[in-house]
Design a protein around this ligand. Structure first.
Ligand code: LCS
Length: 393
């Protein structure tokens, strides 16, 4: 169906979806590794790209393509490239856009492995990177070199909740013909659409909000136009970081309730952020919906809502944070985010532990920072859980 004039909630249900010859309400799982050709000529034509047709699931599959079309439509992009994980999406962009002798500039606070894979594996093959505090666009400009081929951002950033001015950075980058990629995982297309600000490539760990049920690991890259699409799809197909049809079915199922899940968690997160900000044992809270957030005004302009991720630090630093994490009962002590259940974790010893301490400190990922991913339970229960654990500190 043509979804062009539909609202976002309607697109969530209908974008990319097709119904099979039996009239199935949902996109079926085409659990097949390969597809038979009608004839030898048809097979040759499919390989030559002269005829449409599925060949082999690593290269394309109807269930996976439905999800790619859905997310691309929601982001307002050209086409999507589904991947086996969020890291599969990150590395498909790196492999597709970069090579030996090339350089990229990244935000210094972002999901740990997205930075570490560049500073270790890609460095080994001759790609250089510079990591700066991109919440000040001038730092990005200062880090650009003659061989810079990619600006890579994450906003809000995991786990500092720092917000980057996409419009300002796109302006700087495009003046020098450098494409900008944004990891939109923390917002999903429901809360932020980076293409509206001129960004060229958007990616997601769909393990988080898009799937939303903590039962699947998956990723997606979307390009704004045809440019860069084939390089990134080609990288994904040849590395083999493709999605599986069953995985695609599950994500497509979770996607449909994205808006109502986010609305619910976000409403609770705002209340929890106020509660934490006013608690005598809390040193600081970073949440884009609080006026105390350093980029509050920018968040209002760039995001449709503040989301459901909160970072905070307790008075008493890591020792106090450890007591809190060991004593919450409703919140699960677990990494990941964006699912229906509330999670709490400690980035310095968990998600960002592979980043050297000095780089972590430069990026404001302090040893006492606790990350809280708000789920869709009753907010009174989440606050009561925090309350009983905070008493013990
Ligand atoms: N980008 C962001 C912003 C992420 O938060 C993650 C995972 C990834 C990319 C990678 O996605 P994956 O391969 O795991 O699907 N973030 C995690 C986190 O904060 N805790 O555990 C995983």
């Amino acid at each position: 169906m043509d979804t062009k004039n539909l609202g976002f909630n309607s697109k969530l249900i209908h974008s990319g979806q097709f119904h099979d010859e039996f009239g199935s309400a949902t996109v079926p799982i085409y659990q097949t590794s390969t597809f038979s050709f009608k004839s030898a000529d048809h097979g040759a034509a499919c390989f030559a790209g002269e005829e449409d047709g599925y060949i082999y699931t690593r290269l394309g599959n109807p269930t996976i393509n439905a999800l790619e079309d859905a997310v691309a439509d929601l982001e307002g992009g050209y086409r999507g490239v589904a991947t086996s994980s969020g890291m599969g999406a990150v590395t498909a962009v790196y492999f597709g856009m970069l090579g030996a002798g090339m350089h990229m500039v990244g935000h210094n606070a972002m999901y740990g492995p997205s930075r570490m894979v560049m500073e270790t594996l890609f460095k080994k093959f001759g790609t250089e990177s510079t990591w700066v505090d991109a919440t000040d666009a001038q730092n990005v400009l200062d880090a650009i070199q003659d061989n810079t081929k990619l600006i890579y951002l994450e906003t809000p950033a995991n786990p500092t909740m720092g917000i980057t001015d996409l419009e300002a950075i796109v302006k700087i980058a495009h003046e020098k013909n450098i494409p900008v990629c944004v990891d939109n995982t923390f917002c999903s297309p429901y809360l932020q659409q980076p293409f509206d600000f001129g960004v060229d490539i958007v990616l997601h760990s769909m393990t988080k909000f898009i799937n939303g049920h903590a039962d699947i690991v998956a990723g997606m890259v979307i390009t704004k136009t045809e440019k860069y699409y084939s390089e990134i799809r080609g990288a994904m197909m040849n590395i083999g970081s493709n999605m599986d049809p069953h995985q695609a079915y599950m994500v497509n199922r979770g996607l449909k309730t994205l808006a109502i899940r986010i609305e619910r968690a976000q409403e609770s997160a705002q209340k929890i952020a106020y509660y934490l900000e006013n608690h005598p044992k809390i040193e600081w809270v970073k949440y884009p919906g609080l006026k105390s957030h350093p980029q509050y005004e920018l968040a209002q302009k760039q995001m449709k809502g503040p989301g459901s991720m909160i970072s905070f630090e307790l008075k008493g630093g890591f020792t106090a944070g450890k007591t809190l994490m060991d004593n919450v009962q409703l919140a699960l002590l677990a990494v990941s985010l964006g699912g229906v259940e509330t999670l709490i974790q400690h980035p310095a010893s968990m998600t960002h532990s592979k980043i050297p301490k000095k780089s972590r400190e430069e990026a404001h990922i302090t040893d006492g920072l606790v990350r809280f991913a708000v789920g869709i339970e009753d907010v009174e229960d989440i606050i009561a859980d925090l309350d009983q654990a905070l008493v013990l500190i």
